[in-house]
Design a protein around this ligand. Structure first.
Ligand SMILES: NC(=O)c1ccc[n+]([C@@H]2O[C@H](COP(=O)([O-])OP(=O)(O)OC[C@H]3O[C@@H](n4cnc5c(N)ncnc54)[C@H](OP(=O)(O)O)[C@@H]3O)[C@@H](O)[C@H]2O)c1
Length: 235
């Protein structure tokens, strides 16, 4: 395989394994101290990737909130915030979404040929739309390789579950940072941490647990998912 970025999956879930509620309003799973930790993790990355449903439903900005961290990145010769990346089949994303309208860094939309024209028509002025060719789906391995070619050495994948599933099942994840929030969702219509798939980590091959940290009322679990796992970050 060609080069790919060090890939960190980062997300929060309820005790019963959901990423959100089934309702329209975004469920707050984490706490302020953990949001601060995530801000520091983002500051170490060259790009942040989320799925198109997360862009549409949550309208995230995906910026670095801390001025000191932005300044420190600039001092290191990086843009103040990481590049933002998303995947879409349909190419149907609002150019007014905060994903596109906030932050100085580039925005990249990967889309198969079938949706690329539609995506370019709507997003061509606010993002780089990459046509990934024939097929229904964008191949996440090809995305990782393309991002590497664009200078992304460290990629943070923040969800949702559809995207997390693909990075895990494709064997592209080097690290998982999973926050467990002290609540139950209890509604199977809500999005789960992952969907169906063949995962590299099974009863016979258990994922190495690299760290456990209590952060107020949530717990951070760190899993080392490849031999590239980098222990010093994330603390
Ligand atoms: N708790 C957390 O840490 C966290 C983090 C992020 C998100 N979330 C939650 O997760 C939920 C969304 O998760 P989700 O699993 O439903 O959706 P998602 O992963 O955010 O996005 C899925 C969408 O991304 C596009 N997509 C994914 N893989 C693709 C591929 N290989 N090729 C082309 N397009 C692809 C498709 O977009 P199109 O439909 O445009 O074709 C697909 O419908 C939201 O409720 C959000 O709040 C939680």
């Amino acid at each position: 395989m060609a080069d790919r970025p060090y890939t960190l999956l980062s997300c929060g879930m309820s005790i019963d394994g959901y990423l959100d509620s089934a309702g329209a309003a975004r469920l707050r799973l984490s706490n302020d101290a953990d949001f601060e930790r995530v801000d520091a993790e983002r500051a170490r990355c060259d790009a942040i990737l989320v799925g198109a449903t997360t862009v549409r439903n949550d309208n995230p900005r995906l910026l670095i909130r801390s001025a000191a961290r932005r300044a420190e990145r600039v001092a290191r010769g990086h843009p103040p915030c990481p590049v933002k990346v998303t995947l879409t089949r349909r190419g149907d994303l609002p150019p007014t979404a905060a994903f596109f309208t906030t932050g100085p860094a580039g925005k990249i939309v990967y889309c198969p040929a079938a949706g690329a024209e539609h995506a370019r028509a709507g997003l061509g002025r606010v993002a780089t739309v990459v046509d990934t060719g024939p097929g229904d789906d964008v191949d996440v391995t090809a995305v990782a390789e393309d991002l590497s070619a664009r200078g992304v050495d460290r990629l943070m994948v923040e969800g949702g579950g559809t995207v997390l599933t693909q990075f895990l099942t494709a064997g592209l994840a080097d690290e998982l940072q999973l926050v467990v929030a002290p609540l139950f969702v209890g509604d199977s219509r809500a999005p789960r941490l992952v969907g169906d798939g063949v995962f590299p980590w099974t009863a016979e091959r258990r994922a190495p647990l690299a760290g456990v940290r209590r952060i107020g009322d949530v717990v951070l679990l760190r899993y080392a998912l490849s031999d590239r796992f980098c222990a010093e970050a994330g603390d």
